[in-house]
Design a protein around this ligand. Sequence first.
Ligand code: ADP
Ligand code: MG
Length: 627
Amino acid sequence: MKTVRLIFRNRLAAAGLVVLGIVVLLAILTPILPLADPDVTNTANRFRPVFAEGHLLGTDHLGRDLLSRLLWGTRLSLAVGFAAAVFAAVIGAGFGIVSGYFGGATDNVIMRGIDMLMAFPYILLALAIVAALGPGLFNALIAVAVVNIPFFARNIRGVTVGIAHKEFVDAARLAGLSHTRIILSEILPNVIPVIVIAMSTTIGWMILETAGLSFLGLGSQPPQADLGSMLGEARGALITNPLTSIVPGVMILVIVMSINLLGDGVRDALDPRLRSGALTRPRAATVVDRRAPVPAPRAEGVLTMTDLETQFHVGARVYRAVNKVSLHVAPGECLGVIGESGSGKSVTALSVMGLVASPPGVITGGSVRFRDAELIGATYGRLRELRGDRVAYIFQDPLATLHPLYRVGDQLVEAIRVHHRIPRAEAWDRAVALLKQVRIPNPESRAQSYPHEMSGGMRQRVGIAMALANDPDVIIADEPTTALDVTVQAQILSLLDDLRRERGLAIVFITHDFGVVAQLCDRVAVMYAGRIVEEGPTRAVLDAPAHPYTRRLIACVPELGAGRRRLEAIPGLPPAVDRLEPGCAFAPRCLKTEAVCVTREIGLAQAGNRAVRCLFPETDLKREAAE
Ligand code: ADP
Ligand code: MG
C-alpha cells in the first residue's frame, strides 16, 4: 500500500500508471469489443480518413480497419514485450544470483559467457538470433529476451555479491540451511526489488526492440498485426497517407513513455533508502529555530551549554529529545553524562556542533558556548573550522566511523590535513605518533592496516587517535567503550584519563554505566527523558545520590567484593519524549511518587555544587552543603 502511495506522490509516475492502465485495459478487452475483423481486406476501401463511416481511425493500404488492427496489435506487442521482460529477468537473475552467491569458478564461467553475449551490439545479436531461428513473433521474443539477459545477470550478480557476505547469510549457513534454502529465503527477498526495478525500466525498451524486429519483417508475419509490423507495412505510404504510420507510431510512443515514467516511480518507491525519506539529504548543520532570546551562560567552562533544547519534528509529532539541558566542562575536567538508552545523551552531544540530522532535528532554544564563541546559529563555515579541530568526537562503533577502504594512517592524515596545511609526509609522521600515543603496538606498520584488519579495541584506539589528531580542547565521547570487553575498556579509560591530565583536555563522557563514571569522571550529570535530573561531583553523587532515579541506577551496578546483594533493576521503560506529561517524567516508575509530582514542572534545585530535580530527594542537599 505504501508503495502505491509513494508512486502516486510522483505525479509523472502516476500519470504513466493511469495511461498505461487504460492501454492495458483496452488490450485486455479487445476480444470482446465490437471491432471489425483486423485481417479482412477490402481494397475498394483503402486509405479511408479518420472518422470514416464504420472506421473510426480509417483504413490502411489493404482497406483493413485501423482501430481494430491498432488494438489487436497493441495487445500483441504488450504481451510479447512483457513476456520477453519476464523471461530475461528470470533467466538473467537466476544466472546473477548463482554466480554472485557461489563466486569462484562458477562465477567465472557464467560471467565470461555473459560477457560473450555482451560483446555484440545487441540489435545485431537479436538479428542474428532471428536469422538463425527463422522469422516469427515467437522467435523475435526469444531474441529480445536473450539479448537482455546480460543486463539482468550483471545487475543482480553485483547485488548478490554484496548480500552473500552479510552476517545474516553467515548466520543462515551456521544454522545448517542448504544452499537452495539460503538462496530462496535469504538472498532472493533482498534482490527481488532490484529485479522489479530493472524490469520496470526495461519493458519499454523490449517493446521497442520487438517492434523493431517486426518492422524489419522478422517478427510478426502478415496478416497478423503488431505495432512494429503495422509501422513496417505503412512505410510505403508514409508521404501520401501518413495516417497509417501515425496511428501505430503514437501508440508506441504512449506505451513506452508511460512505462518509463512508471518505471522511474517504481524505482524510487521500492528503493528502501529513498522510501524512508532519504531523498531529503540532511543539511550540513542542524536547523536552528530559536524563539526565546539566547540565554546568558550561567557557568564558566571551555564548553558551556545553557538551556539547550533540541527537538525532532516528524509530521505533527514533536519529540523533545533534549529539554533545557545545561552542562559545562572545564579544561582538564571530565564530565560524565549518564542515562538509560533514549534519554537524549547522544542528541545533546551532537547538538553542540550542529550534527543532529535536519530534518527532522531542530535546535529550538538555548546556547552552546565554546570559549567565547556562540555555536548555536554559527555559520556552517565556522562550525566546520571547529569540528574535529577544537571539538572532536569519539563514537561508539569505530567500525562504522572508519572508512573501510582507506588505511587507518591515511584516514588520520586526512583528519589532520583538513585543518592544517602541512606536507603529507609530516602528517603521516604525526599519524604514526598519534597511534603510538594511544598505545597501539608497532604504530609504523599498523598505520598501513585497513580497519577490518584490526580488533574492536584497536579500532576504538584509532577512533581516539583521530579525535586527538588536531590536539582539540574538548573531546565528546559517546559511549566509546560500550562495544568493548572489560579489560580493553579499562585500558581505553586509563588512556583517556592520562590524556586529559597531560594535555588539559576537557572530556564529556557519555555512558550508561556508573562503573565507568566512577573510574573516570570528576563530575556527573544524570539525564532522564531529555532532562538533567541530577548533577554533582562523582564521589558525592555516588555516596549519597539525591534523585531516586540516580539511586536506583547506582543500585543496578554490581560491586566486586561487596558480598551478595540483590541487584534491583528499574521496572518499566523511559517515557516516549513526544508525549511528555507535566511534572516529573520518572514519576510512573518512582516509588516515592505523590500527586504533586505530576501537577507542575519541577525545577533543578541547586545547593552548593550539587543539583537535583526532585521534590522528595533521597539526600537533603541543602543540609549536606551547609555541613
Ligand atoms: P541516547 O541517550 O541513548 O543517546 P538519543 O540521544 O540517541 O538517546 O535519543 C534521544 C531521543 O531522541 C530518543 O527518545 C529518540 O526517540 C529521539 N530521537 C532520536 N533520533 C530521532 C529521530 N531521527 N526522529 C525522532 N526521534 C528521534
Ligand atoms: Mg546514544
